[in-house]
Structure formats: structure tokens, C-alpha cells
Design a protein around this ligand. Structure first.
Ligand code: KMH
Ligand code: ZN
Length: 276
């Protein structure tokens, strides 16, 4: 039976800990969340970290310690964000790979991001991609808009396949400024992906559930977490990341595509197993 890859994105760079106390921002909170989410059915964790004041940071020492702690405490595939916050420099975003994660995000173009701009010019994309190939870090191609799918084709055409040899994408839908989180847009994006690529989808904010149901129906995989939504239901804030994973896992089981476990996910994504 086919299974469903569930990624949890527990923190993000945007939500404010003071306003959202359930957001995991310390290393202990992150590892605790990761354990609960693994038990609930996640196989990948998409990681943004915070500093001692709960502000987003790309501090190399903290990133390295985070990768080590997540590996120690879980079997999850550790995917570091190279998107960071909209204020992060390209140099710091490239340096994320120094923390030697299993995987990283790689966004395929610039997008309006609410009142901000999430900047990913071609020069940065190709430098980051070549670095992932050199370091053998498996990229997940984050696609916020249909034009970014064209850039993904260009990237693969010019620089060849990614580390691990398999192309896996994440459709990030419903960002104010990116593609909407609806059925026709998801269908169009999936139809435009490179042959052989697999994909997950996540819907930001109120597009979370429509995108989740559409992705399952279309044979895709799922990303959920407090990076993408802070509401479990209308008027009911998310209490724990794990409840979003539990809901995704339950729906995946109902669709007869149960959650993929981390070892299976490693084989699926082309990520080597951990040394014993
Ligand atoms: N925080 C956003 C500006 C990624 O992680 O690669 C970018 C983002 C994408 O979250
Ligand atoms: Zn992210």
C-alpha cells in the first residue's frame, strides 16, 4: 500500500513566541515537539531555530547543536530551512549547510510574502543548489508559485539531478503573494512538475485543510505545522504541533495511505541511513 510522507514544520521564522506560547523555540521545546510528532506519524522535520530572545536566527553553532540533538532524540529526517527569515542574508542562508543536515529547503524563486519579499534570485538559487550537490545534502524544492516550477526545470536542466538523485518538491500554497491554496492551482502545479518528481503540499492559514484534502486526493504528501498555521479550527488555536500531525496521519490512514516511517522516507527521498 502506498504511504504518505508527513513533514512537520513546527516553528517557522514568523510567529511571535509572546503571542503564541505553544510555539517551540528552545532546543528542549523543539526536541520535545519532534519526539511527539514522530510518534504521531511525521518522518521529516523542517527546522527554523530561534535565539535566546526567541528571535529567528541562523547561528551556526545553534544549528549544529540542533541537528545533533534532533538526531540524538529522534529518527526524523532533519531538514534545515535555508529560507530563514526574510531579513536573513544570502551568505548566512548558504552557511546553513555547514551544520550538515540530512536535507534542506531550497526555494525556487522570489515571492511577495505578506508585506515583505522573500528573495531568491537565480544567482542565489544556483549557488545554493550547487552547494547541496557538493555537500550531498538532499534539497526539497519549495515552490510558492507556478513560475518557480519553471525555475526548477531550468535548475535541473543546467546542473543535473540533486544529491540522492530524486526530486521531491513542496508546494507552499496560500502565502499572501504566492499561489492560492485551491484545487485548480494545485492540479496545475502538479501537472507542471518534472517527470518522476514527488511532491508534498502545505496550505498556509485557512488554506491548510483544503490543501491537505486536495493533496491526499491527488496522491501527494503532506506538510503540516505551526510554521504554516496557528489555528486548528475556527477560533481554536493550535495547542501542540503534534495535534496537526495526528490529524494529518488520521486522514492519511483514512485515505488508505498510512504515514511513512523515517526509514522508508529516507529510501524514498534518497537520504542515506544513519551510521549505526
Ligand atoms: N520564512 C520564510 C521567509 C524555507 O524555510 O525555506 C521562508 C521559509 C522557506 O520558511
Ligand atoms: Zn520554512
Amino acid at each position: 500500500m502506498a504511504s504518505t510522507l508527513i513533514t512537520v514544520a513546527p516553528t517557522g521564522a514568523e510567529a511571535d513566541k509572546a503571542a503564541v506560547p505553544a510555539l517551540p523555540v528552545t532546543l528542549d521545546e523543539l526536541v520535545g515537539t519532534a519526539k511527539e510528532c514522530e510518534a504521531a506519524g511525521a518522518a521529516v522535520i523542517h527546522v527554523h531555530i530561534r535565539d535566546e530572545a526567541a528571535r529567528p536566527t541562523l547561528d551556526r553553532g545553534r544549528l549544529t547543536a540542533t541537528v545533533a540533538a534532533l538526531r540524538e532524540g529522534t529518527d526524523l529526517i532533519v531538514q534545515l530551512s535555508t529560507g530563514g527569515a526574510v531579513t536573513d542574508s544570502f551568505a548566512n542562508r548558504l552557511a546553513v549547510l555547514d551544520a550538515a543536515p540530512d536535507a534542506c529547503s531550497l526555494t525556487c524563486g522570489t515571492v511577495n510574502f505578506g508585506a515583505d519579499v522573500f528573495s531568491n534570485p537565480w544567482g542565489f538559487i544556483k549557488e545554493l543548489y550547487q552547494l547541496t550537490q557538493e555537500r550531498q545534502v538532499v534539497p526539497e524544492f519549495e515552490l510558492f508559485d507556478l513560475g518557480q516550477v519553471a525555475t526548477l526545470h531550468r535548475l535541473l536542466g543546467e546542473f543535473g539531478p540533486p544529491a540522492g538523485g530524486h526530486v521531491h518538491c513542496d508546494l507552499v500554497m496560500g502565502v499572501p503573494g504566492g499561489m492560492p491554496g485551491d484545487v485548480p492551482t494545485l492540479a496545475a502545479a502538479v501537472a507542471a512538475l518534472p517527470d518522476g518528481a514527488t511532491w508534498s503540499a502545505t496550505g498556509i492559514g485557512r488554506t491548510t485543510l483544503p490543501v491537505l484534502f486536495t493533496a491526499l486526493a491527488a496522491g501527494g504528501h503532506l506538510r503540516v505545522g505551526m510554521e504554516d498555521t496557528l489555528s486548528f479550527a475556527r477560533g481554536r488555536p493550535v495547542a501542540r504541533n503534534a495535534e496537526l500531525v495526528e490529524r494529518a496521519a488520521e486522514l492519511a490512514r483514512l485515505a488508505q495511505r498510512p504515514p511513512m516511517r523515517p526509514a522508508e522516507a529516507r529510501a524514498f527521498l534518497g537520504i542515506p541511513g544513519r551510521p549505526a
